[in-house]
Design a protein. Structure first.
Length: 391
């Protein structure tokens, strides 16, 4: 099932913190990391023709830093800013290879995660010679836990859902004098989540450079997935500033079991709406019930539509990306990475969605930009879905 609503709170107001003014500093920081290179922007021309759109461009974050996900961008930039602040220097003076030598002892960073964010923080801490303690909600895949532990971090699985795990991590950090690096905000805690979302702006900056080189034409549609909305807000804020507020349409997509952004966009007054309970979805990275107050204003002011979809939509996206039409490139996409592509595929291939497609303006003149935010971070789950047709 697909539910899409028009954003009635759209104002086109630009963000003061998520815009192109920060990108030189962010890109310079990321460029010094060993193994940094822009992830591929993949065009799928054969599928685009079949679905009746001009072009489909997929920014493939499954290649980022060997982590199979984009999260290292936000985690590393936030840790860089925190170390610079601790040492009372500018982030431009942070050398990842030597920064640990400037400290009497390593700092301890902690976070709560559904998987990829914790991996990014653990990886960044390891790169910078620091320590990390990562908390994960109940039911977290063993593969995700082991991936974090292999990066040298302590990983603790709780017996509560994601949002309660965030609260536990915050409490533990305060008790132990650790530094909480969380990708969502609350009253009195917004600086670090802002840095994390700013770090994600490297993705669209790379994508626009690549799209220009590929001569794929003007981007008319951007599709972004949301958990708390940290990535979506950072990316959208940058694109609005860079491309112009009215030059493209944006669709924010979430799993139906954790559609806090969708519900907030469907509220009476645009106030954030929380979703409670188990948040049971295959899209573990998007299983978040409380919007990020730092990025919600960007989504509220600049998104065109909000979408809430069932798990099967993501599963279809995974299968189509991994098994392309002859002439297109195969892309490995995990459950949270494929939701927007699955949504595009369903909108354009299922005739029952024609009215929705018309409302969205998806036609032969459309160039659609999608972000595959993760690869097969859980290989056994990936095979269950792509090989065994689960969900």
């Amino acid at each position: 099932m697909i539910n899409i609503i028009k954003n009635n709170f759209y104002t086109g107001k630009k963000s003061e913190v998520f815009n192109a003014d920060f990108i030189s500093q962010i890109r310079d920081f990321h460029c010094q990391i060993d193994g940094y290179q822009p992830t591929p922007l993949v065009s799928l021309p054969v599928l685009a023709k079949r679905l009746g759109v001009k072009s489909i461009l997929v920014k493939d974050e499954s290649h980022r830093f060997g982590l199979k996900a984009y999260k290292g961008l936000g985690g590393s930039y936030a840790l860089g800013q925190l170390l610079a602040e601790h040492l009372d220097i500018d982030i431009a003076q942070i050398d990842l290879k030597t920064v640990s030598e400037r400290l009497d002892e390593p700092l301890v960073f902690t976070t709560a995660t559904a998987g990829n964010h914790g991996t990014g923080v653990a990886w960044a801490a390891q790169k910078m010679g620091q320590k990390a303690v990562v908390y994960m909600p109940m039911g977290s895949p063993v593969a995700s836990v082991e991936r974090i532990r292999k990066l040298g971090a302590e990983c603790i699985v709780t017996d509560v859902n994601y949002d309660d795990t965030v609260r536990l991590a915050s409490k533990t950090a305060e008790e132990n004098g650790w530094i909480l690096v969380q990708d969502t905000a609350w009253d009195g805690y917004d600086k670090i989540p802002t840095w994390i979302s700013q770090g994600y702006m490297t993705m669209p900056d790379e994508a626009l450079e690549q799209a220009e080189d590929m001569n794929e034409g003007k981007i008319t549609h951007v599709m972004l997935q949301a958990g708390v909305g940290s990535m979506a807000g950072g990316v959208l804020g940058y694109l609005v500033d860079k491309l112009g507020v009215d030059s493209f349409k944006t669709i924010i997509a979430e799993p139906g079991a954790a559609d806090c952004i969708y519900r907030s966009g469907n509220s009476i007054d645009g106030v954030m709406v929380n979703v409670s309970g188990q948040l049971d979805t295959i899209m573990a990275g998007l299983a978040c019930g409380e919007p990020n107050p730092v990025t919600w204003p960007v989504l509220r002011d600049n998104s065109s539509y909000f979408a809430s979809v069932e798990d099967g939509v993501s599963a279809i996206g995974m299968r189509v990306l991994g098994n392309p039409l002859l002439g297109d490139t195969a892309i490995t996409s995990g459950e949270s990475g494929a939701i927007t592509f699955g949504l595009l595929y369903k909108l354009c291939s299922d005739t029952s969605n024609q009215e929705l497609r018309d409302d969205l303006g998806l036609n032969q003149d459309s160039t659609v930009l999608i972000f595959n935010t993760e690869g097969d971070t859980n290989p056994s789950r990936y095979r269950d879905i792509v090989w065994e047709a689960k969900y």
